[in-house]
Design a protein around this ligand. Sequence first.
Ligand code: MLT
Length: 304
Amino acid sequence: MALAKVLVADKIHEDGLKLLQEFAEVEVATGLKPEELVERVGDKNVIVVRSATKVTNDVVAAGKQLKIIARAGVGLDNIDVEAAKCRNIKVINAPEAPAVAVAELVFAYMLTFARHILRADSGTKQGKWEKKELMGTELRDKTLGIVGTGHIGQKVGYMGAAFKMNLLFHDIVQNEELAKRTGGKYVDLKTLLQESDYITLHVPLLPETKHIVGNAELKLMKPTAVLINTSRGAIVDEKALIEVLQDKKIGGACLDVYENEPLRESPLFDLPNVILTPHIGASTVEAQREAAIIIAKKIKDTLK
Ligand code: MLT
């Protein structure tokens, strides 16, 4: 039987690539322009992407032999899933791979915020000794609200329990084991927003989740509460968030994702109460290796 033809259109970890090469004819071509991608996909059975490559309706239509669109990561918002469905092409991803990486970033944010690490670092390097000004707070006994309890939200929950935080969850599907093992409870979004000290978002970007945190929701938050977004920028109404941050209506925000990426300029840059990173949630060696290996295995199983 002829080997399946796989196009790897974004860089993936070499261990995943090696696995793919064991059962498929693999072509690696990254950084392709949309028209080049349309050309290359014609004879391929599988296309593997991360977030840079957009698998549009045109790409799907050009992939006459396509059986699988594989996302080495979580979000499917760079793939026209509906177009794939109409042509019976399977869309697969590896949502389990970056769970630890993203959850650890959430804790890095909370600890950085609570202990004023950024100011402490820059002040100390400038020869200031701001010991008195840098009184922090502990995560222990603070309330952590987790919106979305899939792979990542669950990991954040278990880590929160280890930090002895009180946990509130919100999701359309309730995970009773998570609630039981962490002592947390599921509540409606309004309660979560009103009662949490830290609110972290872990839902996919869908029409139903766009701007689920808007002006009205932000106004429900405690004046000291911190909003953390490592999911997708458009889950939050960024304009409304900037306004509440400028007016100091909430404690702060830690953002890894934005409505428009890459973020080259923004009023967020001038705000002292925010921590910004460039969509690095899944950017650990371990998460990327795992994503590549998981996706290679899933491709193999799906092709069977
Ligand atoms: C993901 O969805 O896998 C992460 O957000 C990483 C990314 O898209 O770059």
